[in-house]
Ligand binder design. Structure first.
Ligand SMILES: *[C@@H]1O[C@H](CO)[C@@H](O)[C@H](O)[C@H]1NC(C)=O
Ligand SMILES: *[C@@H]1O[C@H](CO)[C@@H](O)[C@H](O)[C@H]1NC(C)=O
Ligand SMILES: *[C@@H]1O[C@H](CO)[C@@H](O)[C@H](O)[C@H]1NC(C)=O
Ligand SMILES: *[C@@H]1O[C@H](CO)[C@@H](O)[C@H](O)[C@H]1NC(C)=O
Ligand SMILES: *[C@@H]1O[C@H](CO)[C@@H](O)[C@H](O)[C@H]1NC(C)=O
Ligand SMILES: *[C@@H]1O[C@H](CO)[C@@H](O)[C@H](O)[C@H]1NC(C)=O
Ligand SMILES: *[C@@H]1O[C@H](CO)[C@@H](O)[C@H](O)[C@H]1NC(C)=O
Ligand SMILES: CC(=O)N[C@H]1CO[C@H](CO)[C@@H](O)[C@@H]1O
Length: 316
């Protein structure tokens, strides 16, 4: 189905035009902390607590190697992007435009943008069929707490639903069930209706590479995955995702970062216990994830699988 790999020698030229990059979030080495604080460049950094963006996120320069999938020059020693560290702490209480401070959550997320403008970018990256790429690694020094649920990558239309999402940890339940759940340490890629399409263990010392193919017209999803420098491979078939809205109502911001849900606080009223956004238990710990390889491409004639190799879109 996706086996027609064409020679890496000819492909960069052939498919550079056939698989256009629409938005590139692979942080170049000239991207600075000041750019993060001012949302200059590819990220809108407003989803965070009251500190500056660089209180919660940083560009790791040459101190950490990004995924080798897109950085394969000279034995990976000269990468073309910096790793991005995204963290939360007890001050990571986001105050959105309405609805009041989100005391239930702790969250820091980057949103795909061009110098702060996401509204004009979203219709470009969410049109036709597009592929959302991202690679994730454990931050050994800032472990997550797997008794909690984390939503770490998602596209969120205005209705607050997620076209797809990547989830870690123990799903939030009210009342709290047995935690941690058996697959708490597994990545779960979920569709709009929260069905798990793919899951895989979040092993340490490994870049976990994902790509999600989204057909915005026929409303389907397909997932590709690999580790470190291995080429991406399809890990699902083409899956219907028909509960999403068509057109602008179904489009939204592309987020990646750390969004930690609370546990139910038995001291709260029943109504407040179910208000996961505003109530619940948080330990206030500093936790984080590492990201690289974040970009969005069209699939005019192929999906980037890594190391200059392109594969066929998933069609069945
Ligand atoms: C980084 O350099 C590239 C060209 O090499 C330029 O297009 C881009 O705007 C620069 N980015 C920043 C944030 O300065
Ligand atoms: C945020 O950064 C600005 C400019 O660097 C600095 O003046 C300010 O003190 C910082 N605020 C916080 C809360 O760290
Ligand atoms: C979306 O795709 C259609 C068909 O390819 C094209 O006509 C239209 O211009 C695209 N819209 C945007 C906002 O890119
Ligand atoms: C993880 O969360 C649970 C539930 O709130 C808490 O009991 C535990 O102490 C937390 N672990 C760490 C390391 O913070
Ligand atoms: C989308 O659906 C139409 C109608 O069922 C079908 O003809 C077309 O092949 C589909 N396109 C893709 C890319 O699956
Ligand atoms: C529930 O939340 C409201 C504020 O939204 C607060 O006034 C009320 O005291 C809370 N009830 C309990 C039992 O915590
Ligand atoms: C975390 O922040 C909340 C809300 O501001 C506060 O009630 C709580 O005491 C803080 N926890 C820690 C461990 O600092
Ligand atoms: C694979 C899968 O379960 N897809 C679901 C996508 O959403 C539609 C509408 O909610 C469901 O009917 C599908 O089962």
């Amino acid at each position: 189905m996706f086996s027609s790999l064409i020679s890496a020698l000819v492909l960069p030229v052939v498919l550079a035009a056939a698989t256009p990059l629409i938005w590139d979030g692979r942080a170049p080495f000239n991207l600075t902390d000041a750019d993060l604080d001012s949302s200059t460049g590819p990220f809108l950094t407003v989803v965070k607590g009251s500190g500056n963006a660089t209180h919660y996120s940083s560009l790791l320069g040459h101190s950490e190697l990004p995924t080798p999938l897109w950085n394969d020059d000279l034995l990976d020693l000269l990468p073309s992007e910096q790793v991005i560290s995204i963290t939360i702490d007890n001050s990571s209480i986001f105050v959105p435009g309405s609805g009041g401070p989100q005391f239930g959550f702790r969250r820091t997320e980057f949103i795909a943008a061009v110098n702060g403008d996401h509204d004009d970018l979203n219709p470009l990256i969410e049109n036709g069929t597009t592929v959302f790429h991202f690679s994730i690694k454990l931050d050994e020094r800032r472990p997550l707490n797997y008794t909690h649920e984390y939503q770490i990558v998602f596209i969120e239309p205005n209705d607050g639903t997620h076209v797809f999402e990547v989830q870690l940890g123990s799903p939030f339940t009210d009342p709290t069930g047995p935690i941690p759940t058996p697959d708490a340490h597994w990545f779960k890629v979920r569709d709009h209706a929260l069905n798990v399409l793919f899951e895989t263990p979040f092993t340490p010392d490994t870049w976990h590479n994902f790509a999600v193919q989204i057909d915005w017209v026929n409303r389907t999803l397909a997932v590709l995955y690999s580790k470190d420098g291995s080429l991406l491979q399809a890990v699902t078939e083409l899956e219907p995702n028909l509960s999403t809205s068509l057109g602008p109502d179904g489009q939204g911001d592309f987020h990646f970062g750390v969004l930690k849900l609370p546990l139910v606080n038995p001291a709260d009223s029943p109504a407040n216990q179910s208000d996961v956004v505003h109530f619940g238990i948080q330990e206030g710990t500093t936790e984080g994830l590492l990201y690289s390889g974040v970009f969005v491409e069209e699939i005019a004639r192929g999906i980037s699988a890594g190391r200059q190799v392109f594969i066929h879109p998933i069609t069945e």
